[in-house]
Design a protein around this ligand. Structure first.
Ligand SMILES: Cc1cc2nc3c(=O)[nH]c(=O)nc-3n(C[C@H](O)[C@H](O)[C@H](O)COP(=O)(O)O)c2cc1C
Length: 364
């Protein structure tokens, strides 16, 4: 396929990816955070305002452990969305990720849709994003990684692992044999922290240990329970839908390791920073993730919804309000547990109970 056609394809796909979760139910049928309860404390010794949500992501201080997860880039509408998200993240001083930067590498006219984030958010930490498919490519050009970093003056880079998504989409990548070898070249060349990011199917313990040893500096869990990329693909005009008696994207829509379980798996084998993503919908879910051992909570769906509203209203107020809501919920939750700082919650097995399917996953 010519580079021009390829970039047109990516552009169209980007816009479908944005619209489908807004117009259809592409969430996993089960949100596993519902199988987890935090332990209430009836007489808090602290005042609500004393709860300190601030934390650090690598060496930058942020006001709360909240990440706007990778959503988009590579289309004029993506530029508007990224501008809204980055302005709101800067105003509230939280962490932000851009979506896959592949489009910006393949077509310079799309660079702006990523670059805008740093233009409007000079201070916050921003995570860049590249896919396992690109890194595993036989013709992988290590300079592409520099281009991603420079595009947004990234503080950290994420390599997203989206093999289920590739499997169920038309002409997706289904060979990753060169990934480790090519990653090692990246690791030897760049000092920037690089995290491994899943997109809705989670990490098992073995792979997490392997990636930790390979030199990854952290993880974005992207477990099952929230947005399902297989479900998104099943709504796209996908040849696979017609090729088989059953649509593979539909059959695999529930596939994956639940986010809470994957947090435990990764924390069992790595002491590096963990962003918990995949089905977090409230500030209570951030607290649950931290109790399981994560450092921050990441949200894609919530911010897709808020920024889409903002785009229509030409504002950033819906997104700012969503961030403030998450902060308020998290603060309230910590107060109801008599905890005044995040470090006192992290990995505290005595602060929660696991029920139903979550319990069975861990105790089979
Ligand atoms: C519209 C959309 C686009 C996404 N694009 C990317 C992407 O380009 N790169 C990536 O690493 N993850 C991408 N993701 C995955 C999210 O970052 C996140 O891991 C996943 O959606 C689970 O979070 P959620 O349940 O809060 O939506 C995307 C998610 C959505 C909804």
């Amino acid at each position: 396929m010519s580079k021009e056609n390829n970039s047109k394809d990516i552009k169209e796909r980007k816009i479908e990816h944005l619209k489908i979760p807004l117009e259809h139910d592409v969430q996993h049928s089960k949100n596993y955070f519902n199988d987890m309860k935090l332990i209430h404390h009836p007489i808090p010794d602290i005042d609500l305002e004393e709860v300190d949500l601030s934390t650090k992501f690598f060496n930058k201080k942020i006001s709360a452990p909240i990440c706007i997860s990778a959503i988009t880039g590579g289309h004029p509408i993506s530029k508007e969305i990224n501008e809204i998200l980055a302005k709101a993240a800067e105003e509230e001083n939280i962490l932000m990720s851009v979506g896959s930067q592949r489009a910006g590498i393949e077509d310079v006219t799309l660079l702006d849709s990523f670059k805008i984030t740093r233009d409007v958010a000079p201070y916050i930490p921003i995570i860049g994003n590249i896919g396992i498919g690109q890194v595993s490519d036989f013709n992988f050009d290590i300079q592409d990684f520099s281009k991603c970093i420079e595009m947004i003056n990234a503080d950290v880079m994420a390599i997203h692992l989206n093999v289920l998504h590739e499997l169920v989409q038309d002409k997706g990548d289904t060979s990753y044999r060169l990934f480790r070898k090519n990653f090692q070249k990246l690791r030897e060349t760049y000092n920037i922290p690089i995290i491994a990011k899943e997109v809705g199917t989670g990490f098992n313990q073995e792979v997490a240990l392997n990636l930790d040893k390979l030199g990854f500096d952290g993880f974005d869990i992207g477990g099952a329970g929230g947005t399902s990329f297989a479900a998104i693909e099943s709504k796209r005009n996908n040849l696979n839908n017609q090729r088989y008696t059953r649509d593979p994207a539909e059959v695999f829509r529930e596939w994956g390791i639940p986010t809470p379980i994957s947090i435990i798996y990764v924390r069992n084998v790595s002491q590096k920073p963990i962003i918990a993503t995949g089905g977090l919908r409230t500030g209570i879910d951030i607290a649950k993730s931290i109790a399981l051992g994560a450092d921050l909570g990441g949200f894609a769906y919530n911010f897709l919804v808020s920024s889409w509203k903002d785009r229509k209203e030409k504002s950033i107020s819906n997104t700012v309000k969503e961030i403030r809501t998450l902060k308020s919920e998290l603060r309230s939750c910590l107060w109801l547990m008599n905890i005044d700082e995040l470090a006192k919650l992290k990995g505290r097995r005595d602060k929660y109970v696991l029920l139903g399917e979550l319990y069975r996953w861990l105790n089979q």
